[in-house]
Ligand binder design. Structure first.
Ligand code: G4P
Length: 287
């Protein structure tokens, strides 16, 4: 599934960020812990040079804790990268990143100079909520509409760190089809053009393979079906997503599953593993 993004806008954002980079000591990238690869922005690796990066795996409250720790190990294999699982529901976890900034850029700290950090993230990963927590006041708009910082915004956190909010809007992994689906499953992209039963089927296929016990428990299905489509049908039947005549309304069943998945009521679920995405990257390069 291809995610729609705009080349002109991507080019402009890249140029603006490249211009700011010489005045920046380090990068804070906010990711969605359920999709640490698919929610990352491909440009950051190119633009960072050897600057340290903190990858905040936000929404860890919704992600599978075992996979989150595997992701931390995987991401920290890259030189200069620290990965911190956090949830904005626990503000102290987010605020602890300031200490990590100091450790990553010790020379600025020792000189008594402010550490200059830039914060980046694709829409809906929780960047605005994070900024507001760090600043201790409402600076960035949160919620459904992606908050686009029109001009570069500098926020003095009053603790030795000055935060620059990224101008423009960053895009996710667009070249990997599975990433498009995962972004839709977690609700990061809300494109009405995408059929919800397609996204629901993608989710159901993955859940059958990766989290069968959670599905059995949530929907009371002892004998799981073989395919995602059949699973959606079974969920729809059990939850009353029916047309007159008793046929299952598949898009309603898909919406139900996606809604519960996003809210975390199915369980703590991560939609991708380091092994999966390593194999997919190799496949994308091969094609
Ligand atoms: P953004 O600036 O990156 O676009 O994200 P923003 O802070 O606006 O957060 C997007 C949504 O994610 C918000 O929900 C916010 O409450 C939620 N969120 C942020 N951090 C966390 C977290 O650690 N855990 C959980 N569970 N949710 C978090 P919303 O206002 O309901 O918007 P939406 O989800 O309906 O789009």
């Amino acid at each position: 599934m291809a995610v729609q993004w705009y080349p002109g806008h991507m080019h402009k954002a890249q140029k603006e960020i490249a211009e700011i980079m010489p005045q920046i000591d380090m990068i804070i990238e906010v990711l969605d812990a359920r999709i640490p690869y698919s929610s990352s922005n491909p440009m950051i690796t190119k633009l960072r040079g050897d600057k340290p990066v903190i990858k905040l795996l936000n929404k860890r409250d919704l992600a599978d804790p075992d996979l989150t720790s595997r992701w931390v190990d995987f991401l920290e294999q890259e030189t200069g990268v620290r990965a911190l699982p956090v949830t904005t529901q626990q503000p102290a976890e987010v605020k602890a990143l300031i200490e990590t900034c100091r450790k990553l850029v010790p020379h600025r700290d020792q000189m008594g100079k402010n550490i200059r950090a830039i914060i980046m993230g694709i829409p809906n990963v929780g960047k605005s909520t994070t900024i507001n927590l760090l600043a201790g006041r409402i600076i960035a708009k949160t919620g459904n509409e992606p908050a686009v910082t029109k001009a570069q915004q500098r926020i003095n956190l009053q603790n030795g760190v000055v935060l620059t909010d990224t101008p423009g809007m960053l895009w996710p992994k667009v070249e990997n089809e599975n990433s498009g689906y995962r972004l839709a499953v977690t609700g990061a992209v809300k494109d009405t053009a995408i059929e919800s039963d397609d996204v629901g089927m993608f989710a159901a296929d993955y859940l059958l393979e990766a989290y069968p016990t959670l599905i059995q428990k949530r929907y009371g299905i002892d004998q799981l079906p073989q395919t995602g489509w059949d699973l959606l049908e079974e969920i729809g039947r059990r939850r009353g997503c029916l047309r007159s005549g008793g046929k299952v309304e598949m898009n309603k069943a898909a919406d139900l599953l996606l809604h519960e998945l996003r809210a975390g009521t199915v369980g703590k679920i991560t939609m991708e593993t380091p092994e999966m995405v390593t194999a997919e990257e190799a496949e994308v390069e091969r094609v």
